[in-house]
Design a binder for this molecule. Structure first.
Ligand code: ATP
Ligand code: MG
Length: 396
């Protein structure tokens, strides 16, 4: 028996977008995400996207799991695809829906017949199929008003399809429909969640990470790549630039007042990130900042870091979220266990003992006027090393 995935129009998250752009972006994404699983046919007909394996050894379970992580799909069904023959349907249906019906008390069969040449009417199909299920699972009862599960039988153009309930999709908008943005990714809990949240709103992602060897080691870098690979399972591949930040941090430590270390460091990060973002076609920066979480995330602190970026907006999807809410998303995308691994981040290396929580823009500008940072920024940009991160880690 062949299984396929059906995604109906009503299960797409179409708001505010042109349907054909949306669908073509989505189908492109589905094709790309399933490519390495074997030959698959993806077609769009009768207001439905059909995903049909064409290879014997196609890993259907894995395909379902991947589809569950594609933004733009609110729900989908995995179905048995059968010949349009009532005997074949009746011989398969009870076994096929059994796992879904285990543990429920009531069900109902809903049939749709868009192929009117099929000899039974929809109510007749439902009656036959319902009877078959009841005789295989006599503890069940039919409840047409409020069933625990609906078993659907659809007689369509290409085949007959049976399924028992829908699976929840990832929601959001197809990646790419909102353009591209660059996320500042650390090894912490917040920035991978921020990246995930903005990919969910349809943004394709690039990433920048600031590394300060030898203060930060290869394990910290590996951790960032692992975190991005968790995000990439949802967002698709991510281009990561690793910016050598040591010289800049040492220059800050040498020249600036200690209480400004973190703020000036963050201003340098924003300056560099904005330039890298613009040169790669990104239309925004994304950070994992959340109001009041640390000294550098008070409103005055955000003001002094915000002011150095001039051309593109800084998106902070976590700004109004509590740590618990952020952690629950971090767990959901399987990033949390990696995020809490204890490797040094460039921020922790030069943390001031008494950071300024109410800095002014003038004081910051004054504090960083003590050294000529432009050439250092240029150099860091030139020495940035790029790689591509897929859901399986760093690509060769
Ligand atoms: P996170 O959990 O994302 O590390 P955080 O609560 O530790 O966040 P900060 O360390 O102040 O907060 O960093 C705030 C934001 O700045 C991060 O969410 C991230 O977007 C960016 N950031 C911090 N460190 C780096 C880094 N080494 N490379 C790139 N971006 C960074
Ligand atoms: Mg951090």
């Amino acid at each position: 028996m062949k299984e396929i995935i059906l995604i109906k129009n009503g299960e797409l998250v179409l708001k505010g977008l042109n349907r054909s752009t949306f669908e073509s972006m989505l189908i492109k994404t589905i094709r790309r995400r399933l490519r390495d699983l074997g030959k698959v046919s993806i077609k769009n007909a009768q207001s439905t996207i059909y995903i049909e394996p064409m290879d014997e050894d196609f890993d259907f379970e894995e395909a379902c799991q991947r589809v569950q992580k594609i933004f733009g799909i609110a729900a989908f069904s995995r179905c048995a695809a059968l010949n349009k023959d009532i005997e074949e349907i009746l011989s398969v249906v009870a076994d096929y829906v059994k796992p879904a019906l285990s543990g429920v008390k009531t069900f109902k069969v809903e049939s749709k017949r868009s192929d009117k040449t099929f000899p039974l009417t929809s109510p007749e199909i439902s009656r036959e199929v319902g009877g078959k299920i009841l005789s295989a699972m006599p503890h069940l009862k039919v409840d047409v008003h409020n069933p625990d599960i609906i078993v659907s039988v659809e007689i369509r153009d290409y085949a007959a399809y049976i399924h028992a309930g829908q699976l929840q999709g990832a929601g959001g908008l197809p990646v790419g429909t909102g353009g591209k943005a660059t996320v500042l990714i650390s090894g912490g809990i917040d920035s991978p969640v921020a990246a995930y949240r903005m990919a969910k709103r349809g943004l394709m992602l690039n990433a920048v990470h600031f590394a300060s060897p030898p203060y930060t080691g290869p394990l910290a870098e590996k951790k960032v790549k692992t975190l991005l690979s968790k995000v990439a399972a949802y967002s698709g591949d991510i281009r990561l630039g690793i910016v050598p930040f040591t010289e800049i941090q040492e220059a800050i430590a040498e020249n600036c007042k200690e209480e400004y270390f973190t703020l000036i460091m963050r201003r340098m990060m924003m300056r560099i990130s904005e330039r890298l973002a613009i040169s790669s076609g990104s239309k925004a920066l994304i950070t994992g900042e959340s109001l009041g979480q640390v000294a550098s995330q008070t409103l005055p602190a955000l003001a002094v870091t915000d002011i150095v970026t001039k051309e593109i907006p800084v998106l902070r999807p976590l700004i109004g979220m509590d740590k618990e809410e952020i952690i629950s998303i971090s767990r959901k995308i399987d990033a949390f266990e990696t995020s809490i691994l204890p490797y040094e981040d460039c921020c922790t290396v030069f943390t001031p003992r008494h950071p300024r929580t109410r800095p002014t823009i003038e004081d910051c500008a004054q504090a960083e006027s003590t050294f000529d940072f432009e050439p250092l920024i240029e150099k860091a940009i030139n020495d940035t090393v790029y790689c591509r991160i897929t859901k399986d880690g760093e690509a060769n």
